[in-house]
Design a protein around this ligand. Structure first.
Ligand SMILES: Cc1cc2nc3c(=O)[nH]c(=O)nc-3n(C[C@H](O)[C@H](O)[C@H](O)COP(=O)(O)OP(=O)(O)OC[C@H]3O[C@@H](n4cnc5c(N)ncnc54)[C@H](O)[C@@H]3O)c2cc1C
Length: 460
């Protein structure tokens, strides 16, 4: 990319990587979950990786990139799924994983630099005052807090606490703008939404304040059922038990649990519900389960796992897909909302419609105050045309797909141009250098979403 040499010359002793293979490796995320993105993005690479050690070096890098018109794509740990962290127009990848300090911990909240790994953050809050994140992605061990807020949405704990976009689940973000003289802004209250799930297209997050919950001992259970819909109804009943503290309610259809997740523990015909409950809620769960034909296939404390062993939650959310992909590289997946109050009925009809072509995997969540489920169904992929048909059918049936085969913000989830994020980009990134190619509303100001069949559906 023109300008890159001048940019690197301006960086002084800020660490930089230019060795092509290492640069390419750190220009990727988990885009290869999607055969469509794999084909489209395989050749993508940055010209260099820049690794600032503190916020002053972030500012210096952005100042130089602005001066030389070089694109900047931020990166935490690169565990995003849709090419979000991939530099589709080259330039530099700004690796924030050196910004790791926990600035303070209070009763109920923490302030932390953006590159801190989620597991390190939780270790610090637990050691300080027996507190933990309200919820986290199943990539707790690998993902960063900045990458989660800029690219993620929900996860383990969302059945109790809802989604990142819910008011109160992010308390503040500190953001550096991409201008001739970068500004440092502290966004609080409604302003947080300007950068929440914006893929770093309109500012670099350097620090965040996040709410905390008390840390408990969590009990892992695998409940096995003879048929999927009994499992889903039981999961729905459990999800509605507000006083029964839980972090995971995850139905998965046979034969996925046996074939890809827990071979020796679950029969091939058994569907499962993965459950994480607080230890003091275990009796209440036993009481609820008396009404259901559930076989307890596994039970144990999460904190008694060996460090090398997978946690139960590392079979949920997008880890389910990862385990399936290890066995069968032709598998891909969907991300679906089964909206309340008919989520169970909608899941049933899609399961009946597609059967084992689209094995059901649901994550129960609190969605705008109601119980609902997200689908992260597997797809036995037979071609792009068929995948698009499956997506279309879900959308038409009232189950909106957050398309994980599209690397734009609009395609991947928002469905509509987010005008607040677009307006903030005009202000904070006037040259359009931050993670270019990801925000359709910026790339094509004349873009009319109502004319685009992919985005006909209102934001979820
Ligand atoms: C196996 C697996 C399981 C997953 N489970 C979940 C889940 O349960 N819930 C969920 O929501 N997601 C999940 N994800 C997606 C992803 O792992 C999480 O969103 C994760 O927290 C991203 O963190 P990261 O540090 O890897 O971010 P990256 O992938 O590095 O970045 C994500 C996005 O944020 C941008 N970005 C990164 N850092 C910054 C910053 N400091 N400022 C501005 N922009 C930035 C990047 O450009 C990119 O667009 C999963 C992914 C995988 C592969």
């Amino acid at each position: 990319m023109p300008g890159i040499d001048s940019l690197l010359a301006d960086l002084g002793d800020i660490p930089v990587e230019t060795q092509p293979q290492k640069v390419k490796r750190r220009s990727r995320d988990f885009y290869w979950y999607s055969p469509i993105l794999k084909r489209r993005l395989d050749a993508v690479t940055a010209d260099a990786i820049v690794m600032p050690r503190d916020e002053a070096e972030v500012i210096a890098t952005l100042r130089a990139a602005f001066a030389h018109d070089v694109a900047v794509t931020p990166r935490g740990a690169g565990t995003g799924n849709y090419g979000q962290a991939m530099p589709v127009r080259g330039g530099i990848v700004l690796d924030l994983s050196e910004l790791t300090s926990v600035e303070w911990i209070r009763h109920g909240s923490v302030r932390v630099q953006a590159g801190c790994r989620l597991a390190d953050l939780e270790a610090a809050t637990k050691a300080d005052s027996r507190q933990e994140l309200r919820f986290h992605p199943s990539t707790l061990r690998t993902g960063t807090i900045g990458g989660y807020v800029a690219g993620g949405s929900s996860g383990v704990g969302s059945i109790t606490w809802g989604l990142l976009r819910d008011r109160g689940n992010i308390l503040a973000t500190r953001v550096v703008t991409m201008e001739r003289e970068p500004r440092v802004l502290e966004l609080r209250g409604p302003d947080i939404q300007k950068v929440n799930h914006a893929y770093g297209t309109n500012g670099i997050i350097t620090a965040l304040e996040m709410p905390l919950a008390p840390a408990y001992r969590w009990v892992e259970l695998i409940l096995a059922f003879d048929d999927l819909m009994t499992a889903v109804r039981c999961a729905d009943a459990l999800a509605r038990e507000d006083a029964l503290l839980k972090k995971l309610v995850t139905p998965i259809a046979a034969p996925v649990p046996h074939d890809y997740l827990f071979g020796g523990t679950v029969g091939r015909a058994e569907s499962v519900v993965l459950v994480l409950v607080a230890d003091f809620a275990r009796d209440a769960l036993a009481d609820l389960l008396r009404a259901w034909p559930a076989r307890i296939a596994f039970e144990g404390f999460q904190d008694e796992r060996r460090p090398t062993e997978d946690m139960l939650f590392e079979h949920s959310w997008n880890h389910t897909t990862l385990h399936a992909l290890k066995h069968d590289r032709t598998i891909t997946y969907l991300q679906t909302l089964f909206p309340p109050p008919h989520h169970v009925e909608l899941a049933r009809s899609m399961h009946e419609r597609f059967g084992d072509e689209v094995p059901m995997h649901l994550e129960f969540v609190r969605f705008a105050g109601q119980v609902a489920c997200f689908g992260l169904q597997l797809v036995r992929y037979t071609g792009e045309a068929r995948l698009l048909e499956i997506i279309d059918e879900h959308n038409r049936a009232g189950c909106p797909i957050f398309n994980p085969h599209d690397f734009t913000l609009e395609g991947g989830g928002m469905k509509q141009v987010d005008h607040a994020q677009l307006a903030f980009k005009r202000e904070a990134d006037p040259k359009g250098l931050l993670n270019p190619g990801k925000m359709i509303g910026w790339e094509n100001p004349a873009y009319d979403e109502s004319q685009d069949r992919r985005f006909l559906y209102a934001a979820g």
